[in-house]
Design a protein around this ligand. Sequence first.
Ligand code: ADP
Ligand code: G6P
Length: 473
Amino acid sequence: MVDRSPFVVVANRLPVDEVTTDTPGGRVTGSGDSARRWRRSPGGLVTALHPVLVERHGTWIGWSGSPGPAPEPFELDGINLRPVPLSEEDLERYYEGQSNATIWPLYHDNVEPPVFRRRWREAYRVVNRRYAEAAAEVAAEGATVWVQDYQLQLVPAMLRELRPDLKIGFFLHIPFPPIELFMQLPQRAEVLRGLLGADLVGFQQRLAAQNFIRLARHLLGTPYHGNVIEYEGRQVKADAFPISIDVGEMQRLADNPLVRERAVQIRAELGDPKTVILGVDRLDYTKGIEHRLKAYRELLAAGRLSVPESVMVQVATPSRERVEHYQALRIKVEREVGRINGDFGRVGVPAVHYLHQSYSRSELAALYCAADVMMVTPLRDGMNLVAKEYVAARLEHGGALVLSEFAGAAGEMRQAFLCNPHDLDAVKDALMRAVTVDEHEARRRMSVMQRHLRRHDVARWASDFLTELGAIP
Ligand code: ADP
Ligand code: G6P
């Protein structure tokens, strides 16, 4: 039994995944037969929240990454971890179904059509209740509970019912859609009421907070003044808190002599090209990987770029591999990579290095250090931390960021080479401007973005949110 905690984070996943194969690099807890191996979970949510929990010695409630019974609560790196069990059926219906085949595409502008299934909705409800009950059990009297992301939108209301003494915050890491799209959701009123169980609902962008406030009035007739909604005799605040990264951690990594050496080695292994173009994404259809590859192919075909002077490295982290849209995307991306290498590669010199793998933080930092141009071109993205990580890792090296206007990060990273990822010619032009930018201008742009990041790192994001939550009576 974990001690009751004054600060609790509830997220679909724990910040670590249980390693069930012989994957190297995991951390071990326990000993002998009871020893379990853990490694960092994928995605921006964990990247952002891990340092916050370490600082506050709180409890993190989430799934261990393996189906079946949950491991006992344990402590790792100063955080109390309270695993929640998910069965195979929960995974299929709540996680792969309602969360990632219904809500994820719907909230990302329907870039793929959402799938609606009644049994998924019920599973979402049941699993959300399980997380709410775990939080109610772990939270101390009057504790602050911070619920995370689209998988757990019903938790705030469920938790309030169980524990009215708690202060409840909710943060959505992905975009919140305009009313017309949200209204397609069969569970729409239930989801909205779920979120309104919180005292403070945080979004990545102001527009998303406004969408939410307008939606509440449209669907439930709730009055509001400014960004405060009046709901069932309580006040619910909705506001924007653009998330960020642990800038110091990334800078320290990029400054580490071993990482720098590795960056030089990576460039040498790539054949010491003039320009290394990098993409780092989960293999997700919102990330615009296919569009980016097509733009690169057309530039090669037109002779505006050539191999071996330029080379592209595309890291595509495996993600949600049993969901149909993800399987279809993998086929399309790998076909495009094959086509580019078939047309423009030579023996021992591919035009695109495609890596469907996960990496350590230091290997990622080395890749950022090795890349002259970073392409972050999602069709829609709540924030996109990869863009911020690249900027933080560049230190005094310059480098250029090609960034989609539809990434939340575009609101802050104004010195990037911005483009509309749906317009292939615009992507090609932005990439060419990034490839040919002179060194002085590249450094100038990078240093403006770095200055912004240093003042807006993840600690500030968390403290802005928690201060605003704490100030709510
Ligand atoms: P999302 O949250 O949609 O995955 P973000 O760009 O906001 O997108 O966050 C992705 C996070 O996952 C970043 O911190 C990034 O460093 C990390 N990441 C992405 N690809 C890999 C990989 N191949 N190996 C390890 N970490 C990765
Ligand atoms: C995004 C979502 C997170 C999620 C992460 C990884 O960052 O906002 O909630 O954890 O992607 O996705 P996964 O489905 O593997 O947890």
